[in-house]
Write a protein that binds this ligand. Structure first.
Ligand SMILES: [Zn+2]
Length: 520
């Protein structure tokens, strides 16, 4: 399809490979006295900084080896055995609300994360409101993730997506090229004010329909790409409009500016704080189709997972039906997401979290029936769930069911987290240690292969990235402990290895992302 597809693939794998360079060990630098001083000062500052935090909030660990090596595991995010989230819609700002009461209520029912719609097409919530909300949830130990309606920023900003006839598609739907700088600046300003949030959730990171964007910037960018890949410029634009013979070529191209935006958001957010979690509220795959939303909305989630741009994905698995292998059922959603985004594994390259809908107004499901959805999500080994959306003590949305009726019927065993992952390498062996906040068994998987790769495939005439899994060697220790240590022997000297660790307890499973070490 592409003249330079081999080059593209090579470049992709190079970038993919770089994402797994999470551990950097440079002994040469350690011989540099100046660097050594900086390292010592960094350690002292780090120790001072971590004292006020509870164990579960320790996310970056610097280990001092007896022989002077310093290993820094970058962007190691503390992972809980179950993300129990609640989405708080912007509508909460339009009704009488009390953040402390909302936080106290959710804490009482075992919720450990909220996703608050602070940034969307209607503007940015008042700073005093956001500050009060963050403080309230943090006071109850609940993570605060700020939801940004990414390509819906803002109304009347002049960045709206354009239809083929030149008209504005919808005042809320924007062009990823024209809105690019505005979105980045908005996130930068937001994090400048609220650097203590725990994450950014990207919502609406896609086109609204197949009809956009045909603004002059998109047309120019497409024409350049078309010339590079097909050796000719666009002579008749009508052939590239929806329903026309070459529209799928345009649909393929238009994933690129969205991906560029996701990459730039990732780079910006991680440069501000590498421990901030970037999640995506995604349109869910279903009915064994890998291409559907990539084709129709330009949502290229598999690519973003493969590139490491997002830390976990929360597909909107909205349905009232649990079973059924096709259509809008929980089973169909989970099957497809695991197959194409997780390499066929429930423990995939990043956590898979079900965004579930309880609010259907007066036709909402009875809580007991909804409990079956949570049971099914847990049975399938997903990493958590987020309920859409909060209405209850401290903030009642008109016509929405009280969320406490739903939370009250759920079983909530105590969650645990993995922290303090450390690697100690020698020429022929490596010892990996970690802590868990509850006793669990220990698993370690390693390989000279990155474990997860992405392959460029085609389905019904449209391309997609398919995440694949190549199993490594598994070492299992069945002792139930909180201090874990596994030593790998018979390794080759001077070789890069990929590994991930897993802890399994009564409250679930935590699997880390793939990390690397290199033997000496
Ligand atoms: Zn455009």
């Amino acid at each position: 399809m592409f003249k330079d597809s081999i080059h593209l693939r090579k470049r992709f794998y190079e970038q993919f490979y770089k994402q797994y360079m999470l551990i950097k060990l440079d002994m040469k630098q350690m011989k540099n006295v100046r660097f050594h001083c900086i390292a010592v000062v960094s350690i002292i500052i780090s120790i001072l900084m971590i004292i006020p935090f509870a164990l579960s909030y320790l996310t970056t660990v610097i280990s001092i080896q007896s022989y002077g090596n310093i290993l820094t595991i970058k962007t190691q995010i503390t992972q809980k055995s179950e993300i129990r989230g609640v989405f708080i819609h912007e509508g909460i700002y339009g009704v009488p609300h009390n953040w402390t009461l909302i936080a106290e209520t959710l804490s009482r029912y075992g919720i450990n994360a909220v996703f608050v719609n602070d940034l969307n097409g209607n503007g940015w919530r008042p700073n005093s409101e956001i500050r009060a909300a963050i403080n309230a949830f943090h006071a109850y130990g609940i993570e605060y993730h700020s939801v940004i309606s990414t390509i819906l920023e803002w109304r009347n900003s002049g960045t709206e997506a354009i239809e083929p006839d030149g008209s504005i598609h919808w005042e809320y739907a924007h062009c990823p090229i024209k809105a690019h700088d505005l979105v980045l600046q908005t996130i930068k300003n937001y994090l400048g004010n609220f650097s203590d949030v725990d994450g950014i959730m990207l919502d609406y990171i896609r086109y609204n329909t197949q009809d956009t964007c045909y603004c002059p910037y998109c047309r120019a960018a497409f024409d350049e790409w078309y010339y590079q890949n097909y050796g000719e410029h666009v002579s008749d634009w009508t052939l590239f409009y929806p329903g026309q013979p070459n529209w799928t070529i345009y649909a393929e191209w238009r994933t690129l500016p969205v991906t560029q935006l996701v990459k730039d958001i990732h780079d910006l957010v991680k440069s501000i704080n590498p421990n901030l979690v970037i999640s995506e509220a995604a349109w869910t795959l279903f009915s064994d189709s890998a291409i559907y939303w990539r084709k129709w909305l330009g949502q290229d989630t598999a690519k973003w997972i493969a590139e490491g741009y997002i830390d976990y994905v929360a597909p909107m698995m909205y349905t009232k039906t649990v079973y059924g292998r096709s259509g809008e059922t929980l089973e169909s959603y989970i099957n497809s997401n695991i197959k194409y985004w997780m390499g066929g594994q429930s423990e995939g390259p990043i956590p898979l979290v079900a965004l579930l809908r309880i609010d259907y107004g007066t036709t909402s499901l009875p809580p007991e029936e909804f409990k079956l959805q949570i049971d099914y999500v847990r049975q399938r080994g997903l990493d958590g769930w987020i309920l859409w959306r909060y209405s209850g003590p401290g903030g009642y949305l008109s016509g929405s069911p009280d969320i406490t009726n739903y939370l009250a019927v759920l079983d909530m065993p105590t969650t645990f987290a993995i922290t303090h992952v450390n690697v100690d390498t020698a020429a022929n062996s490596a010892t990996i240690t970690w802590l868990t906040t509850l006793p669990t068994i220990s698993k370690l998987e390693y390989s000279t292969d990155p474990l997860f790769n992405a392959s460029w495939r085609v389905q019904s005439g449209f391309h997609f990235w398919n995440i694949t899994y190549t199993p490594g060697v598994m070492i299992i220790d069945y002792a139930n402990v909180t201090e874990h240590s596994i030593t790998i022997t018979s390794l080759s000297p001077g070789t890069r290895y990929y590994f991930r660790i897993q802890s399994i307890g009564t409250a679930g499973t935590v699997t880390t992302k793939v990390m690397t070490f290199t033997t000496s």
